[in-house]
Design a protein around this ligand. Sequence first.
Ligand code: AMP
Ligand code: MN
Ligand code: MN
Ligand code: MN
Length: 296
Amino acid sequence: MMSTTDSTNEKDFSNLRVDLHSHTNCSDGALTPKELIERAVNFQIDVLAITDHDTVKGLDSAKQTIIDKNIPLTLIDGIEISTQWQGFEIHIVGLNINTEHETLQALISAQQQRREARAISMGEKLTKCGFNDVYSQAKALAGEGSITRAHFAKVLLHRGIISKMQAAFDKYIGKGQRAYVNPNWCSIEEAVAVIHAAGGVAVMAHPIRYDLTAKWLRRLIVHFKAAQGDGLEVVLPQMNNEQRKIMLSYCAEYDLHASMGSDFHQPSRWSDLGRNLVMPEQAKPIWQLWQTQAMS
Ligand code: AMP
Ligand code: MN
Ligand code: MN
Ligand code: MN
């Protein structure tokens, strides 16, 4: 696998368009890594992290596209690791990781096995709901990439069993529903430790999206901090000002850095690469962590 160029670490991102959370079709995104890079160029993104679910597969071809077309884009090697905490599924983004690191590769293999086992079991439950062959179709959609519940939702949508993706989670594959399967993801501590071992920084993805009460969200952030987590995503396209203020206050209180990203999956009316992403002045940007590492 190609290594990250030195310029990644030296550039000051403060005045650049930065998006540190995006997906390709190596997990549940719609675009190939090449198409994602081309879209990033069209949207004038300067710094992009590709953070597919439990895989780093897309990064090589993204890098190759940048080289082939001599594109002025800084690519950050990333991943979004699914974890489990107190029965909640919490996503931890790793940024500026060494994708070849052995410990990281071992965790990726374990997570891929969990994804496969869960997918088979979800397929069996969906068969009991009266829907045959959903697993094989979802598997075909996922191809070589990470198989996710989004692939299952797409199959149910294409068959007309549901009328929008969200309904698949609400009726069948969301927590507590008939075809939900406990995924047995790794712990937050393990994800953070592996990201650190691979030289990266660990960010809690979209803290507002876990449907937690204020009390539980604080508990989660305390746990993440105790597990040596580095930062929170405080800037997301769907976040309102009030939510952003709360996330910034958690960053200040627990001495966490701030990250921002679109969580781009496909072109949509609600979000796109780099849209509405501005780092608040009072925040400590997450990239300072790897930029200071590089200087010291
Ligand atoms: P997985 O990581 O396999 O559990 O798949 C979850 C993915 O499905 C997420 O990364 C989202 O992109 C997508 N998704 C869409 N709606 C929901 C929802 N209501 N709950 C969880 N995931 C959702
Ligand atoms: Mn996703
Ligand atoms: Mn996520
Ligand atoms: Mn994501």
